[in-house]
Design a protein around this ligand. Structure first.
Ligand code: ADP
Ligand code: MG
Length: 254
């Protein structure tokens, strides 16, 4: 077996006295899509933020591509990562949020070019060419010169996906990417994600789109109150769940 892209073993996180993650176990293999579901407040976003170094894990073990998140191993000693090292690691992980967070004063192409030029030192010409190709890939080849305010929510979200892909991440995290969209715009965004999955991208997707999770997910993980209640093949977990809590949740979102 190759090293999993994400492995969580007993991952814990608390904010003050509030325990948000109470020992999360979860594995995402390379090229797989893991869909995370669960009621609001169950710790899904916190878990994604831990993977992406936006929150610090308090206990357990969390590795991305075999490397312990937040630490560098030297011999058998662990050193906490410096800010620069954290930035280096984060570069390999793309994240897409519920709100698109595009730079409002930049066109779609400029949004997608920004990180490769500023962070990776790619030439403007090279970054522009790549941005056009990525916008093509998300079905926005003809919208490159538009500003975010001139695009629909679904189009903005697809630009946000292209922007994340511009850094050639090895892992993509999606935190309810379609929750803020009008229903008629959801399909195009899910189609882009479906194609990305088919192309072999490793993805962790927090979503309430049960259909997407069932069709595209390799695993579905149902979380509640900071624990994994049930995990496995989405065609089982989301169709014939074993746990009462999973059943209750599904009956609400379906
Ligand atoms: P979900 O994404 O499943 O809705 P979250 O991970 O956003 O859940 O939140 C889980 C719990 O942690 C919630 O009770 C939330 O209020 C709390 N929480 C999240 N971030 C913070 C923070 N920075 N400080 C304090 N509490 C937080
Ligand atoms: Mg959330």
């Amino acid at each position: 077996m190759s090293t999993p892209m994400v492995r969580a073993e007993g991952v814990r996180k608390h904010f003050g006295r509030l325990e948000v993650l109470k020992g999360i176990d979860l594995t995402v293999e390379r090229g797989q899509v893991c869909c995370l579901l669960g009621p609001s407040g169950s710790g899904k976003s916190t878990f994604l933020r831990c993977i992406n170094h936006l929150e610090k894990v308090d206990g357990g073990r969390l590795t991305v591509d075999g490397e312990l998140v937040g630490y560098r191993q030297q011999g058998n000693k662990l050193h906490e990562l410096r800010e620069r090292e954290v930035a280096d690691r984060r570069r390999d992980i793309g994240m897409v949020f519920q709100r698109f967070n595009l730079f409002p004063h930049m066109t779609a192409v400029e949004n997608v070019m920004e990180a490769p030029v500023k962070v990776s030192g790619v030439s403007r010409a090279g970054a522009r060419e790549q941005a056009h190709a990525l916008l093509d890939q998300v079905g926005l080849g003809d919208r490159g010169h538009h500003y975010p305010a001139e695009l629909s929510g679904g189009q903005q979200q697809r630009v946000a996906i292209a922007r994340a892909l511009a850094m050639k991440p090895k892992l993509m995290l999606f935190d309810e990417p379609t929750s803020a969209l009008d229903p008629e715009l959801v399909g195009d965004v899910l189609d882009v994600m479906r194609r990305l999955a088919a192309d072999g991208m490793t993805m962790v997707v927090v979503t309430h789109e049960i259909g997407f999770a069932r069709e595209v997910g390799d695993t579905a993980v149902f979380m509640d109150e900071g624990v994994v209640v049930e995990a496995g093949d989405p065609r089982r977990v989301l169709v014939a769940p074993e746990q009462e809590r999973t059943r209750a949740f599904l009956s609400k979102v379906l």
